[in-house]
Design a protein around this ligand. Sequence first.
Ligand code: F0G
Length: 458
Amino acid sequence: MNPCPKFKESTWDRYNRDLMPAELVCFNPSCRTRYPITEVIYNCPRCGALLEAVYPPAPDPGHLKKLWRERRMNNTPLDQSGVWRYREFIPFLDSIDVVVSLREGNTPVLNAPKAAAYGGLKRLAFKHQGFNPTGSFKDNGMTCGVSQGVRLGMKRVACVSTGNTSASMAAYASAAGLDPIIFIPHGNISYGKLAQALEYGARTLQVEANFDQILALVRTLAERTGIYLLNSMNPFRIEGQTTIMVELMDQRDWRAPDWVVLPGGNLGNTSAFGKGLRQMLKMGLIERSPRLAVIQAEGSAPFYNLMQTEARDTLTAVKHPETLATAIRIGDPVSWPKALHEVTTSGGVVEKVTEQEIADAKALIGACGIGCEPASAATLAGIRKLTAAGVIDRDADVVAVLTGNVLKDPDYIYRYHTGQLKAPNGTQIRPAFGNQPLVVPNDPERIEALLADNTRES
Ligand code: F0G
């Protein structure tokens, strides 16, 4: 069996062949050097800035909306993917033969009245990226990054990760028949994520250093050995993640919300959402852009700190980032120049929240029957803070993006609900929404008596 699905030539192939090719362009406005889309570079060779993919003018927005909607009725793997269904939005490949898809995307938008009330809003919806094949938004980007790797003839791929990128890369690389090598901070990723990397067959190296230090190491290794890097400075990862916003707008019949709220770590997702929104505006798919609100954990908030400065021209790294939301335990985010541009362009804000706030918001999202991993819950904690401060209006139309599945970090959940969760500085987290499991005897009468008591301990 061929694990890497092959797709027949589509309108997209024909469309791409007839147009100018996509290109990589330096993100630095005073450089903007252009490179072929097939160049294996992660930064501008001339000035060192990040790169982004740019495309020739797209077809009529009305035609695209219709085409994309029709594809939902189609059983071909490419159209079933919530990323590749929107392939005219990310036309960087010249053939769909290389596409590696696990039917990523297609994530729901869930209304959560209880969470809305907690966040000080009249209504709130979660776009839950935890419904992805490996349980996080990384799959939207990884299908593109790995497909580009296949196109370039790469054999080995690598990433450093706080857990989700590595889980996703392991799955997609293995599905494509590539050799995945992952680097993770020893002792600082959740077991759910580590387990996925092992199960999906990645060579897993636990390095005794933090995310930022390992990223520097992996970049050196990639340069020396020619391994293809799939961290978010890889512009094709970002391309895939732009479709999260496209799918959201499609689900909302192209009516933009007032705010999109998301957690910020290495800031790839903020960059992707901003790019996606700008591109949709330019193409005439939406009439206005939502504002981005990026939420960081207090102990790992270099982007928040940057936004407090007057000039906003240099990010000061947090040397020893700390948070129990290990997915966003990052002190020196690579994509900050892009994220700064996107937050500013959208009229957005950056907020930070405490460990206690994240933990309670997370349990509240769970109690809505939705659930998410700790980093994702920073969104609701941030919303609560931003509505209290009057930054987000109580009547606003808000979508928060839950980035990871509830089962990614079960250890955190158990500790929270049993009152054993401690912040990195040793402070005890007091569970406002704790839900202790009870040990009971094998005795129906005593269990009946217990269930008759409707007051629940917290
Ligand atoms: N939420 C989750 C669940 C994540 O895994 C990450 C990042 C973020 C939010 C932050 O996104 O980096 O684009 O700002 N996880 C990366 C990883 C760093 O290695 O899995 P970002």
